[in-house]
Design a protein around this ligand. Structure first.
Ligand code: ATP
Length: 331
């Protein structure tokens, strides 16, 4: 089911009937696998602040990574600022599209370089190392995130390191910003200031932000739109005002009620399958749902799942245990 979030302003993000499957060891989706992201359509416009919600493993990170150009999909399926994020690397290197997600927990990736966030270097060196930046914007971000430029990265707290990372990720005036739960370590004040700054970026510059999170603190009136994903499928894409009309509960309680309903339905479905003598859970191969018996199935879904740079699949060893990003402790 497709959803267009109506807005007269220019389209910045367009997802059309997106299907995606992570590749197996051989680079192809495992036989019999069903797409992890399926029939997903969404349109966002300049100025939209979109909260991406869903239970663990719903596919939020995968969607953000696809939008961030980290997985290859057909260029017609995903357009960011009218361009294909995977094929048009200038989108990210120019700073027009900024993705702050998983890798940012260990490194700061900037214009092709990956800098460890824990090395013996000052916050000042990290931040001023990013060239081509408007000094006024840099000063404002340092202030908003309350960064002490003398912090040494290897001796800083997690929250201090995170502030420096976020600052670096926001230095270029992005047009589209993808945030995958990056505020976990921030204290209440830093989080509030950051959210306020991000709202301003959307209102004053017409930036578009998609923010995947489970932490609703300070978010009650922050988003303009809510997008709810379950099992890789779009369930709802609504302006916040519509969500508020639908429910008297707080945003967190509303989302909680959606997830509870989803879980209850999943449990019911599993019970019914069990009663019919079927396997309770869909079989999973490397995180991809497999319908039926892979050994017997000759069916392969279309592979859109080439990872950028390296194959994100299971080969061997601990490194390759794949969980959704919040199921394990964040690194
Ligand atoms: N590299 C990968 N290879 C194969 N499967 C993967 C990979 N990364 C994630 N998955 C699977 O994709 C599904 C969706 O994961 P994803 O991280 O997108 O979920 P999420 O909604 O972000 O979850 P969370 O809220 O826990 O962060 C999960 O079932 C996961 O096991």
């Amino acid at each position: 089911m497709g959803e267009a979030i109506a807005d007269e302003r220019s389209t910045t993000v367009e997802i059309k009937d997106l299907s995606f499957t992570y590749p197996g060891i051989d680079g192809h989706p495992p036989p019999g696998s069903a797409p992890l992201i399926d029939g997903f359509s969404l349109t966002l416009h300049a100025g939209n602040r979109c909260l991406l919600v869903g239970s663990n493993g719903a596919g939020k990170t995968t969607i953000l990574k696809i939008l961030g150009g980290k997985h290859m999909v057909g260029p017609e399926m995903v357009r960011v600022l009218g361009r294909s994020a995977f094929h048009d690397t200038a989108l990210t290197s120019s700073g027009d599209l900024s993705y702050l997600g998983g890798e940012w927990r260990r490194d700061v990736a900037f214009a092709g370089f990956e800098v460890s966030i824990q090395m013996d270097v000052s916050a000042e060196k990290m931040i001023y190392g990013v060239t081509g930046v408007d000094p006024q914007r840099r000063d404002e971000l340092i202030k908003v995130l309350d960064i002490d430029l003398s912090w040494r990265m290897h001796k800083s707290s997690d929250g201090q390191r995170r502030r420096v990372q976020i600052c670096m990720g926001l230095l270029k005036p992005f047009k589209v910003l993808l945030l995958d739960e990056i505020t976990v370590d921030l204290d209440v004040l830093a989080r509030a200031n950051l959210l306020k700054y991000l709202s301003k970026e959307c209102e004053e510059r017409g930036a578009t932000i998609i923010y995947a999170t489970h932490i609703f603190d300070g978010l009650e009136n922050w988003p303009t739109h809510i997008v709810y994903v379950a099992h890789g499928k779009l369930q709802l894409a609504l302006p916040l005002a519509k969500v508020k009309e639908m429910s008297n509960l707080s945003l967190m309680r509303t989302v909680e009620s959606w997830l509870r309903k989803e879980r209850d339905e999943d449990r019911k479905r599993r019970k019914e399958r069990k009663l019919k003598g079927l396997e309770e859970f869909d079989r999973a191969v490397e995180g991809t749902r497999v319908i039926g018996d892979p050994a017997k199935s000759a069916v392969r879904v279309v592979n859109n799942g080439w990872a950028a740079g390296r194959l994100h699949s299971t080969v061997a060893g601990e490194e390759n245990f794949t969980f959704s990003s919040n199921r394990v402790l964040r690194q």
